[in-house]
Write a protein that binds this ligand. Structure first.
Ligand SMILES: *Cc1c(COP(=O)(O)O)cnc(C)c1O
Length: 368
């Protein structure tokens, strides 16, 4: 194919909307050769369980058919699992897709969306994509959400606030009481999203899930966002959902593309939800690794926050790039945010050991 590249021809090409040029680019792990271990994307360290693989296989064998329109079988399984009405759940192709639909329905040009920063790097992309303005509020010195500052950032133009707990990439956790106090200070017409992508890894996961679901009754502006990508280990298939007041859910459903949850992902998510043994095993392996790696890093003199996720945050500032390079030299990828820190996924004992070798080399080299 010949591409037309004269300045005249380029000037007449269709121009995307102006906001397209303002979108931040989602980062990828560094390194030019595939590392032996991946500790860079908060993926599960373990492939799907036999029960989930069987469901995937069965669904793949009939994938000439369309999936259900809205993911009804998954919604019904979630409804009984969580004890909420099906009308309160919207399922989609990953929680990011659901968040994008939520922002499409509730944010948009002239509106603002407040979130902590640093937090999940997809937020500014999705907020700007909706046409709204992103309002990042710096984290506290302890790497957690500065809730008073976030409440103060809410204006008449605010469409939504996004809370992330455990926060990606710092791992800090917001307690149910903190979220409740925060909600009490936010106008009822502002959507408050609580992104709980890592909730299953928290020390008191079941209690915190129950407590956050209980907040929905008194706070119809609250939206809980959850995913099958992390503790359930289905990142590659894309399945996630929100739980909210039925009228918010209805608006999100109205803007969702039909068939947004593919049939294989849906079957896998339903099977993963039922395989409570596999979930418990994944979570306990992650928790053990998190405790051990945190202790090993702290014993080397590194100050790092406690994490409720399947990852740890090393706030090494300007040392981030060198630490990432030292880890890659041990054939383990990590996620570096230049000038801020490095996020390390836990779960694989081999990957954790390789990260420690990388950290030791980095410390021996004077952190540069
Ligand atoms: C990984 C992650 C998600 C998951 O997104 P999916 O689209 O469900 O894979 C959402 N939020 C946060 C904070 C994450 O880290």
């Amino acid at each position: 194919m010949t591409t037309i590249q004269t300045p005249e021809a380029l000037a007449t090409l269709p121009a995307p909307r102006d906001l397209v040029a303002t979108l931040p680019v989602y980062s990828t792990a560094g390194g030019t050769v595939p590392p032996r271990w991946r500790a860079s994307s908060n993926e599960s360290f373990r492939p799907p369980s036999p029960a989930v693989l069987a469901a995937i296989d069965a669904a793949a064998r009939r994938c000439q058919r369309y999936p259900t329109l809205q993911g009804e079988p998954l919604i019904s399984a979630l409804s009984s699992d969580l004890g909420v009405a099906a009308a309160q759940i919207v399922a989609g192709g990953g929680s990011l897709a659901v968040l994008q639909q939520l922002l499409t329905a509730f944010a948009g040009p002239g509106r603002e969306v407040v979130f902590a920063w640093r937090s999940y790097e997809a937020y500014p992309i999705l907020v700007r994509l909706s046409g709204a303005q992103d309002i990042p509020v710096p984290l506290t010195a302890g790497h957690g959400h500065d809730l008073p500052a976030m409440a103060a950032a809410v204006t008449a133009d605010t469409a939504a606030v996004i809370l992330c707990s455990p926060n990606n990439p710092t791992g800090t956790v917001l307690g149910a009481a903190e979220v409740e106090d925060f909600l009490a200070g936010i106008p009822a017409h502002v959507v408050v999203v609580l992104d709980q992508a890592y909730i299953e890894f928290a020390d008191d996961a079941e209690a915190s899930s129950r407590q956050s679901l209980a907040l929905l009754a008194a706070h119809p502006n609250l939206v809980l966002l959850r995913t099958f990508s992390k503790a359930y280990g289905l990142a590659g298939l894309r399945a996630g959902y929100l739980v909210s007041h039925p009228s918010i859910a209805a608006a999100v459903r109205a803007v969702s593309p039909p068939f947004g949850l593919n049939a294989v992902a849906e079957a896998a998510a339903v099977a993963a939800l039922a395989d409570t043994g596999a979930l418990a095993a994944n979570v306990s392996t992650v928790r053990e690794g998190r405790i051990a790696l945190h202790a090993a890093l702290a014993s080397r003199g590194l100050a790092l926050p406690d994490s409720g996720g399947n990852f740890l945050w090393l706030p090494v500032g300007e040392g981030s790039a060198a630490l990432e390079a030292a880890c890659l030299a041990q054939s383990v990828s990590v996620r570096s945010f230049a000038g801020e820190g490095v996020r390390v996924t836990v779960g694989s004992r081999d990957a954790e050991a390789a990260v420690l070798r990388g950290v030791d080399a980095w410390l021996a080299g004077g952190r540069v």
